[in-house]
Design a protein around this ligand. Sequence first.
Ligand code: COA
Length: 154
Amino acid sequence: MIVRKAKMDDAVGIYAVEKETFSVPWSIESIFRELANEELTRYYVLEDETKSIVGYAGLWRVTDEGQITNIALCKCCRRNGYGELLLRVLMEAAWEDGCNDIFLEVRISNMPALHLYRKLGYTVLSVRKNYYSKPLEDAYVMNCRKENYRRIIR
Ligand SMILES: CC(C)(COP(=O)(O)OP(=O)(O)OC[C@H]1O[C@@H](n2cnc3c(N)ncnc32)[C@H](O)[C@@H]1OP(=O)(O)O)[C@@H](O)C(=O)NCCC(=O)NCCS
């Protein structure tokens, strides 16, 4: 498995991971738009030995703040440390790009993601009521400051 920067050609592979993972997946058009917007976005993919895309993660950078847009792995690849690896690579790139803070939203029932985010230094800032659909659910808004990440991850 390798983690590398995403290319436009990866849109179809990212879309397959989206469809497998989420009840309301992004459209292929929105994935193309995200990958094309290189000024604002950073996307990384997890690629297996057959060169298939089995995971991806992305972020927007606005001045010194990052906003994680998504992270997802195919079901077959979870619980092997790759989600954490992908998120660490994305966060290191964001710090390198000048971010001092990274924000994200997560379903309040999504225990695997919540555990991962807490492990890497994220804390809950607030709750967004009814943020998600299918099923309707609140989101936690979480953030991680660069100093906090550096204290935890050495
Ligand atoms: C969230 C997700 C990316 C985690 O990826 P992963 O490769 O399975 O996670 P890892 O194996 O790297 O685990 C890293 C940490 O995450 C947490 N974690 C991951 N899966 C977990 C689970 N099923 N239960 C509890 N904690 C879990 C643990 O803290 C773990 O650290 P540990 O191994 O030291 O206990 C993956 O579960 C996924 O793709 N989920 C569906 C999409 C999704 O919910 N994305 C988040 C949207 S906000």
